[in-house]
Design a protein around this ligand. Structure first.
Ligand code: C2E
Ligand code: MG
Ligand code: MG
Ligand code: MG
Length: 286
């Protein structure tokens, strides 16, 4: 009997694909149950602190979505957010994330941290929806569940094809007194002239560039130029993915406003985030 390798390959491919589809079905099912409030275990947020270098103060946290599913373990946000976008669940998932982030803001304020902000990542798909702002104003803000100081992080990629539509939405968001950061800056194609037109407050320089600080001669790094150009057009600068002292020292030297990364802390569960903040504040007083 001669083995037919082509059928073998097909069988292998099918098995692989089936596994992938089963995994996706499971994730989508869990996300639906989360949105409907039937599953309160699998989905949660973690919070990563942001440090203001000038003030040596934790000025806020970024909320990062987490999903842990039985038999699948931890599912990365890059996977389940993309899936939520594909299945058009992102609007409901996004609202859920925003409300959970506001629960954390409430907790911060109950603990006496009234100025600490929370940043929420907003998917481009959410921003592109015509009624994004209306939904915010009518469903969320009027419910008094939404707290401030709140910030939205949006990525550059969505701007490429929809610059003016997105910019109008950003303007409306800013009118609601929500700050806006351009996330993963440098990975897209924003020019500085375009950047000046955008209704944003901050750029977050992507980890890719911060990583370069560790193995590039200082004179060859352009981050310092990016920082000063951003400042010239009135934007503040956050560095994401700061992992070592050398990166921090460089960023401090060139006037980067805020850093975030494992050097300071990984994203933390709510309780640990509050403790981190308390500890940081009390260390300052000593
Ligand atoms: P992002 O918004 O750029 O978030 C930064 C990512 O880098 C996070 O990964 C964070 O855990 C990780 N990170 C932070 N500091 C360091 C560091 O020092 N070193 C390294 N190596 N990594 C660091 P995470 O949590 O896996 O999130 C990945 C992406 O998924 C996020 O990128 C964001 O685009 C998306 N995402 C996460 N949560 C949400 C959400 O609630 N809504 C939406 N729409 N997207 C989300
Ligand atoms: Mg972000
Ligand atoms: Mg980022
Ligand atoms: Mg990034």
């Amino acid at each position: 009997h001669i083995k037919d390798s082509s059928t073998d390959q097909v069988a292998f491919f099918n098995e692989d694909m089936e596994k992938r589809l089963l995994r996706q079905d499971k994730i989508v099912k869990v996300l639906r149950e989360v949105i409907e409030g039937k599953d309160t275990e699998s989905f949660y947020l973690e919070f990563q602190p942001k440090l203001d270098l000038m003030k040596d103060k934790i000025i806020g946290f970024e909320a990062l979505a987490r999903l842990r599913i039985e038999n699948l373990g931890q599912v990365a946000p890059d996977e389940f957010i993309a899936l939520a976008e594909e299945k058009l669940l992102i609007y409901d998932v996004g609202n859920h994330i925003l409300l959970r982030a506001c629960d954390f803001l409430k907790r911060l304020q109950d603990e006496g941290f009234h100025e600490t902000s929370v940043a929420v990542n907003i998917s481009g798909i959410q921003l592109l929806r015509e009624d994004f702002v209306e939904n915010l104003q009518q469903k969320l803000f009027s419910s008094e569940k939404v707290k401030k100081p709140l910030e939205f992080e949006v990525t550059e990629t969505v701007l490429l094809d929809h610059f003016s539509q997105i910019n109008e939405t950003l303007e409306a968001i800013k009118k609601m007194d929500i700050a806006i950061s351009l996330d993963d800056f440098g990975t897209g194609y924003s020019s500085f002239s375009r950047l000046a037109e955008l209704h944003i407050d901050t750029i977050k320089i992507d980890r890719f560039f911060i990583d370069k600080i560790s193995h590039t001669a200082e004179k060859d790094l352009i981050i310092s130029d990016v920082i000063s150009m951003a400042h010239k057009i009135g934007l503040s600068v956050v560095a994401e993915g700061v992992e070592d002292e050398r990166q921090k020292a460089y960023l401090q030297k060139y006037g980067c406003d805020i850093i975030q990364g494992y050097l300071l802390s990984k994203p933390l569960p709510e309780e640990s985030a509050i403790n981190f903040l308390r500890r940081y504040e009390s260390d300052l007083q000593q």
